[in-house]
Design a protein around this ligand. Sequence first.
Ligand SMILES: [Zn+2]
Length: 337
Amino acid sequence: MTLAHIQGQPRAIATLLRALSGRRLHHAYLFAGPDGVGKSLTARAMAGALLCHAPAADGDACGRCSACIRAADGAHPDLHVLRRKEKESGDGTLEQQIKIEQVRELQQTLSFKSFEGARRVVLILDAERMNPATSNALLKTLEEPGPDTHFVLVSSAPHLLLPTILSRCQRVRFAPLDRSLVAELIADRAGLDRAHADLLAGLAEGSIGKGLALAESALLADREVLIARADDPDGKRHIPQVLELAEDLAAKKAELPLFFQILRTWYRDLLLLNAGVPTDALVHRDLVDRLRTRAAALSQTEVLSRLERINETERGIDGAANTRLSLETLLLRLADR
Ligand SMILES: [Zn+2]
């Protein structure tokens, strides 16, 4: 995949091609933006363009030479990827942090000449996953990179990087993707019909990665029931059902992020509708009649306070709170009107 193949990030790609073709390359870039919008893919394409033996006039990789093919296979000896390792348990989960030993190993490799006598590229994925000691170790290399050594740091949480690291990097911003593009990609990759993919794309807020993860969730099929139960105008008379829902949800922890996302986007849609935003822009645009009824019944202050409560509850559950109790409290609060 070359830079020209990256979808939905025209500004970032134009910036990079300008730097590549004008030979005004910074030695370190930070690709910053939400998860699942193409940052890592672009970082690999950038590495390809830097290593390519016969780049095009616009600076992009040719995609065909031996350097391009080896870079795409992850087999180029001058392409180094620093990322969190898999845990030893072997269940596919990753370590919390990039380890300082990994940085030291990289530095050792970089202290020798490049294998091909040309450029070297270092990609650092989830770059915010370095503790201060590891970051400081890396900083030495960032401050005095060898000749023709290029760094691309990738992060969805750049505010967690040390300021000294940030100041060494040229930042390239990656925007959330258009809903229609995300829907198209999800429909394509997950083999879903367009209406279903479109709803996922709305819930994923411009992240193809998030959209694909949501496609695996069983909870989505129950969206209407969930909304009807959680945002029930007659909620006070349905307390047993509300408590039952809290119990069900507490037993499906993996589904909770989607539950919160459904609720959050639901109430946000109510705000948007009241602000006169076209229904096309709503996540739950297929439920617009119900949205209209609820938008007429709830004041803006009430909707905002519900949104706040939803976010608070989600943050609390991220900690060690009693999940069922937190969900009960939230749902009873939502039913109390
Ligand atoms: Zn090439």
